[in-house]
Design a protein around this ligand. Structure first.
Ligand code: PMP
Length: 432
């Protein structure tokens, strides 16, 4: 396989676009370097690049693509929206329709507001939680990504009950001091923090099923405990369901796990591949948002007809019978196949999976929190990533990311992928 066109386009991109990419996760820095592939067309489960190579895609655009690329129902909805004018700046019937759809899928969303990205959705839930509680601090879990607003770009302090430090240049120490970061699945650490700062904490922000240091489930009872002790402290529970909403079931991870947050942030899948975010929750909390209340949030592009139409169309596709059963079946085949190969070639690796999303960690240890995910071997992941790409399997260039399946993948695609993994593990095992 040659990638000459991608190489020359990447060189050109580097002259004009910072780092050659419009989101750092697209660079190959985390996989020992190399040229990001310039894709030209996506169709179903496949990508076609500028050099004429094809790939089975497991990136899923980092989560939004669950119906496969260019699903005709979504494409038609976007075309129709474009023909009717792409942006009005007035309310539309579509927004009502979509708000009702989301509310009936996720009952904790008593009121919603559409925004344009997951970053905006999470950022605003925190602002609203602060407005509602009159408190400033938030608690988050190590390794969970919540977008790139200042507040959530904060790393853990040196112990569980210490204040955070900035995780990005440009985030001030003052902001970091409002954020406490503790290990996921550690209810004891949360208790310690709430005991120490309970009356200063506005909210606990959590991905109910983690998607950002790989797919990691909450331990049994963990989310229930989060709700219980957070509410005892008078703080709110915010679920970041930007990855998880409609990924594992028609609704949120909260439906699947039978737990209820006070507020939820969403994005990705609900835009059907166009930019979107949404947040919502209890009506008494949401009524703090302008124009009803003092917490300001606005957006020129918010609720635009193209994004909303794509979102409605995407959910309509997902409502069809058998969607999540198919994702489960494909996911199980992939997981079982990878596990068999791991065993056959004695690869130090483990698979975490929920429905059609999985992560292959290069560690023998079970992964339940960020520290364990971080132990996943960089060198082995790099080898795996590049060898799979060479065989036409497109994965995210990061050891922490999930593989996302779509309803467009077939059993044959999974078998092809497993044949590539077989060859890859075989070559890797020769150098172990
Ligand atoms: N929250 C989570 C859980 C995410 O995974 C992401 C994006 N990866 C975000 C928030 C931010 O979303 P966006 O990139 O749309 O701003």
């Amino acid at each position: 396989m040659h990638t000459k066109q991608s190489e020359s386009l990447y060189n050109e991109a580097c002259e004009h676009i910072v780092g050659g990419v419009n989101s750092p996760s697209r660079s190959f820095k985390g996989v020992g370097g190399g040229t990001p592939i310039f894709m030209e067309k996506g169709e179903g489960a496949y990508f076609y690049d500028v050099d004429g190579n094809s790939y089975i895609d497991f990136l899923g655009a980092y989560g939004p693509i669950i119906t496969g690329h260019a699903h005709p129902h979504i494409t038609q909805a976007i075309t129709k929206a474009a023909e009717n004018g792409t942006l009005y700046g007035t309310p539309t019937v579509l927004e009502n329709q979509f708000a009702k759809m989301l509310k009936s899928a996720i009952p904790s969303l008593e009121k919603v507001r559409f925004v344009n990205s997951g970053t905006e959705a999470v950022m605003t839930t925190v602002r609203v939680a602060r407005a509602y509680t009159g408190r400033n601090k938030i608690v988050k879990f190590a390794g969970c990504y919540h977008g790139h607003s200042d507040l959530v770009l904060v790393a853990a302090g040196s112990g569980p009950a210490t204040l955070g430090s900035p995780d990005s240049a440009g985030v001030t120490a003052n902001i970091a001091e409002e954020v406490i970061t503790i290990p996921f699945n550690d209810a004891e650490a949360l208790k310690e923090v709430l005991d120490k700062w309970g009356d200063e904490i506005a909210a606990v922000l959590v991905e109910p099923i983690v998607g950002n240091f790989g797919i990691v489930d909450p331990a049994p009872g963990f989310l229930e405990k989060v709700n219980e002790i957070t509410h005892q402290a008078g703080a709110l529970v915010i679920y970041d369901e930007v990855i998880t909403a409609f990924r594992f079931t028609y609704g949120g991870a909260q439906n699947l796990l039978n737990v209820t947050p006070d507020m939820t942030a969403m994005g990705k899948i609900i835009g059907g591949g166009l930019p979107i975010g949404a947040y919502g929750g209890r009506v008494d909390i949401m009524e703090n948002v302008a124009p009803l209340g003092p917490a300001y949030q606005a957006g020129t592009m918010s609720g635009n007809p193209a994004s909303i139409s794509a979102g409605i169309a995407c959910l309509e596709v997902l409502q069809q019978e058998g969607t999540y059963e198919k994702l489960e079946s494909l996911g199980a085949q992939l997981e079982d196949g990878l596990n068999q190969l791991i065993q056959d070639y004695s690869i130090p690796a483990t698979v975490n999976r929920r429905c059609g999303a999985l992560t292959l960690f290069f560690t023998n240890q079970k992964v339940t929190n960020y520290e364990e995910a971080d132990n996943s071997n960089d060198e082995l992941f790099q080898q795996f990533f590049h060898k799979m790409l060479q065989q036409g399997i497109n994965l995210a260039p990061s050891k922490y990311e999930a593989w996302f399946l779509t309803i467009a993948h077939t059993d044959e695609d999974i078998q092809k992928t497993l044949r590539a993994a077989d060859q890859t593990f075989k070559e890797m095992s020769e150098n172990l």
